[in-house]
Design a protein around this ligand. Sequence first.
Ligand code: PDD
Length: 284
Amino acid sequence: MSRIVYVNGSYVPEEEAKISVFDRGFLFADGVYEVTSVLEGKLIDFPGHLARLRRSLAELALPSPATDAEIEAMHRELMARNGLTEGMIYMQVSRGAAERDFAYPDEPVPSLVAFTQAKAIAGSPAARTGIKVVTVPDIRWARRDIKTVQLLAPSMCKMMAKEAGADDAWMVEDGFVTEGTSNNAHIVRRDGTIVTRDLSHAILHGITRAAVLAFAREAQMRVEERPFTVEEARDAAEAFVTSASSFVTPVVAIDGQPVGDGRPGPVAARLREIYVAESLRRAS
Ligand code: PDD
C-alpha cells in the first residue's frame, strides 16, 4: 500500500515524491536525519529528537527548513494521513540542490523529507529472544555525534554481521566498543553496574540512551559512563542496545560467545519495561 510522504511542504503519494539529482544529500551525504518512534499513536521522546536535530544542523552550518512547531505538526500530519499508531517516522534535512561543488552553496535551500514506517516495535521478537552481535572495526568518520545520512560504513558493518550469522555488529576502535551500527551499546557488570561509553565525538548521543540512563539512576541502579573493551563485554552478566527503533534490546552473544547465561537478562528487561511505560506517559 502506498504511503503519503512529506517532501518540501507537500504531502504526496510515495511514487510521486521527488528530490533533485543535484541535492547535496544525494551527492555528498550532506544531510542529517532523525528517527522517532511512535507508540499508541504518540511520538516518543520527540523533544530530544528535535534538540539533537538542531545540534546536528548547527554543527554543519545547515540552515533549518522549518521551526520545531512546524516539524512537530508535520510528524502528526504524517501519522494521521498514514494511520500510523506504531512504528517510526524518518525525517531528513539536506543542504538541498546546488551546482556540484565541494564548498557549501552561499544560499542553500535545504530539503526536508519525511516518511512513516509501520512496525511492531513494542512486542518485537528481538526483545524476548535477544540479538547476537559480532565485533568489527569501526571504519566510520570522526564526527559520529552528528547524525548524518552517510550510513555506508554502518551498512557495511551490518552486512559483515549478517554474513557471520549474527543480527548486528558492535564497532570497535582502539580496543574499545564504540556502539552498534544503529544503536548504543551497554553492558551490565556482574556487580550490577551498567557500563556505557561516555559521550564524545566517537558515538551518537542517543536519545534513548539518555532516557534509559536517567531511568536507571532514578531506580537506584549504578551507572558508569566510560569506554569498555570487548573482553569486559564478553565477561559481563548482561549486554543490551538502545535506540528509537529497538528501545532496549538484550544482546545474548558476542562473537559467538554467550553473554552471561546466553539468555536475555533481568536488567535489560526491567529497563525496557520502565522505558516504554515512562516514555509513553511523557509522550503526546
Ligand atoms: N539509529 N548510534 C547510532 C550509530 C545510531 O544510528 C542510533 C540510532 C543510535 C541510537 O540513537 P537514538 O536512541 O537516538 O535512536 C546510536 C536510528 C534508529 C536509525 O538510524 O535508524
